[in-house]
Design a protein around this ligand. Structure first.
Ligand code: DAT
Length: 180
């Protein structure tokens, strides 16, 4: 970790298949962190700021304008003290991240969460398969140094609390060198 990162607050990416608990974790982390952390729900940002090229009704999903998204995020991330919450992480430059948390969830529980969210069946199936195939986990591991990537189970509130405590104390993580 560079000396600069130590003074400006960490940049934490929370990623995982939709429904694994990214937003729930990111909100709690921002609330409980002793250093200010700005939570950015990237999916909501894309919608609010119109950072997309198109919207697919059938899949209820946006094709993101990645260049514009990165341009918008760059100054915020450069200032530090940010939690980026998104289902993908490979588009973010490697230099941005101090810690990449990949949330994992049992696929039948994930199915129920996505059903409750009202996703179309094919979207539930696609996400369920992605979780089983470890798509986001592989993506995180191929995009960032292994020592900053951590995979955490997110199946119950006890996991949520333990995960936040672990991120904040940096137990077994490179991030403990930071101010989080
Ligand atoms: P994501 O942001 O990854 O799409 P979310 O934070 O919106 O996921 O969570 C989806 C639903 O699952 C929501 O109703 C909260 C619940 N949930 C997520 N993680 C959980 C956990 N560790 N324990 C209990 N419920 C959880």
């Amino acid at each position: 970790m560079s000396p600069q990162t130590l003074t400006k607050g960490p940049v934490i990416i929370i990623t995982g298949t939709p429904g694994t608990g990214k937003t729930t974790h990111a909100q709690l982390l921002a609330e409980e962190s002793p250093v200010p952390l700005k939570h950015i729900n990237v999916g909501d940002w894309v919608k609010e700021k119109g950072l997309y090229e198109s919207y697919d009704e059938d899949w209820q999903s946006y094709t993101v304008d990645e260049d514009r998204l990165l341009d918008e995020l760059e100054p915020i991330v450069s200032a530090g003290g940010v939690v980026l919450d998104w289902h993908t992480c490979e588009i973010f430059p490697e230099r941005w991240a101090d810690l990449v948390v990949v949330l994992r969830c049992d696929h039948s529980q994930l199915w129920e969460r996505l059903e409750k969210r009202g996703y179309p069946l094919k979207k539930i199936q696609e996400n369920n398969e992605a979780e089983i195939m470890e798509v986001v986990s592989d993506e995180a591991r191929s995009s960032y140094a292994p020592e900053i990537v951590v995979e955490l189970k997110s199946e119950g509130t006890e996991d949520l609390e333990a995960n936040i405590a672990r991120i904040l104390t940096g137990d077994g993580m490179e991030i403990h060198k930071n101010q989080c």
